[in-house]
Design a protein around this ligand. Structure first.
Ligand SMILES: NC(=O)c1ccc[n+]([C@@H]2O[C@H](COP(=O)([O-])OP(=O)(O)OC[C@H]3O[C@@H](n4cnc5c(N)ncnc54)[C@H](O)[C@@H]3O)[C@@H](O)[C@H]2O)c1
Ligand SMILES: [Zn+2]
Length: 370
């Protein structure tokens, strides 16, 4: 087992990464000295596989968990689900020392974290992420929230968990498409922060695609270390934390204009990162070689490199980018890379350049329908 500490003063916490952690959940929670009443929030898919193990482990350690199951999928990240969860917490009489435990992917984590942050003005929160994406990204760093019709993650908070447990065994049941989607965030860490890690991914990709346990432990731990370091320096995104948004300006806009239905998050940001790399090539001096290595790694990971848009969709994409939280005074800002491992945030990019890059990387055939 590996432990990575997120350094945030008296709100610091550990991320544990290893096998068999779910059966030790109760014992791990007991060390935090919280109240006995708690709630497990999960979704229908994850619940089917792991709710019983989580529930029993907590009960064995003397906890009294309520089990809340929300529908699987992005639509569960809504104010309606938040309200349903509040009602269940009240029914189960959760109190100030109680805690909420998120058992699932990024959707369950973001929703549960927001519920924990706001119920009784905040109760303790524990994350048990079960997708690769949530283990390397969304469970770390404290961004929690839900979507509005107008846009993704528009309502939320910064709220740190007390503990994150990444049980690698849970990844065995993750569908292939979701697993590859998580790899898009993994590759991002190499591009934004760590050139040797990017080289390692190029070398170890076949092992990673086989979900080899030792490789996964090392890779997930490195991603968490990078995210912890970035978040530790800039918790509420006043500066450096913005580098984590590499590829996300276009990625989030693609998710929004397709009503969060056609692309998985990782697929959208894969397209976004290749576009950002192409922009970096033109505006930040990225070499052709680095650009090719980036596109090649996404291709080998089975992730999309571009999207074919109609004129109407292109127009919608640009208005969606204007709604992004990173826009200031109407100006779209990008994270661009000088080379693999070194990025700058807050880079202004003319809309015509974005449109040209997207057109250049559009596949001949329409792969995503929306
Ligand atoms: N808070 C943050 O910092 C942050 C960062 C990145 C992404 N996010 C958010 O995370 C969400 C995406 O997360 P995700 O990709 O984990 O999606 P998800 O939570 O929807 O999970 C993907 C699918 O896999 C299923 N699943 C989860 N774990 C499983 C398992 N072990 N076995 C079988 N099925 C399993 C789920 O039911 C779902 O159908 C988005 O809403 C995104 O905005 C948040
Ligand atoms: Zn992301």
């Amino acid at each position: 087992m590996r432990t990575v500490r997120v350094p945030l003063g008296n709100r610091s916490y550990d991320i544990r990464i290893g096998s068999g952690l779910l059966s030790r959940l109760g014992a791990e929670c007991a060390r935090l000295k919280l109240g006995t009443r708690c709630a497990i929030i999960t979704d229908t898919n994850v619940g089917r596989h792991y709710a019983k193990a989580a529930f029993n482990s907590l009960a064995r350690s003397g906890f009294e968990p309520a089990l809340i199951i929300v529908p699987a999928g992005e639509t569960a990240k809504s104010l309606k689900s938040v309200q349903d969860c509040y009602n269940r917490l009240a029914l189960h009489r959760l109190e100030r020392k109680s805690f909420v435990l998120a058992l699932g992917g990024g959707v369950v984590g973001d929703l549960s974290g927001f519920v924990a942050a706001t119920y009784l003005r905040g109760i303790a929160f524990i994350q048990v992420p079960t997708t690769l994406l949530s283990q390397v990204d969304s469970s770390v760093g404290g961004k929690v929230g839900v979507n509005l019709k107008a846009g993704k993650n528009l309502v939320g908070a910064f709220y740190q968990p007390r503990l994150v447990l990444c049980d690698l065994d849970t990844l065995r049941t993750l569908p292939d498409r979701d697993y590859r989607s998580g790899l898009a965030e993994v590759i991002k860490y190499g591009i934004i922060y760590d050139r040797p890690f990017f080289c390692r991914l190029e070398r170890d990709l076949p092992r990673l695609l086989r979900r080899d346990r030792a490789t996964l432990t090392a890779v997930i731990a490195r991603c968490c270390e990078i995210k912890a370091a970035v978040v530790g320096r800039d918790e509420t995104e006043n500066g450096q934390r913005a580098i984590l948004n590499f590829g996300h300006t276009i990625g989030h806009a693609l998710e929004a204009i397709s009503s969060y239905g056609s692309f998985l998050h990782g697929e959208a940001i894969s397209i976004g990162q290749i576009a950002a790399a192409a922009l970096s090539r033109q505006l930040s001096g990225m070499s052709v070689r680095d650009f090719e290595r980036i596109t090649e790694l996404f291709r080998r990971a089975g992730l999309p490199g571009g999207v074919k848009l109609t004129a109407v969709q292109r127009k919608k994409l640009f208005s969606a980018m204007q709604l992004d939280k990173k826009v200031t005074a109407g100006e779209i800002k990008f994270v661009l890379a000088r080379r693999i491992g070194k990025v700058d945030w807050g880079q202004r990019v003319p809309p015509e350049t974005i449109a040209r890059v997207l057109a250049d990387h559009a596949p001949a055939k329409r792969i995503f329908q929306f």
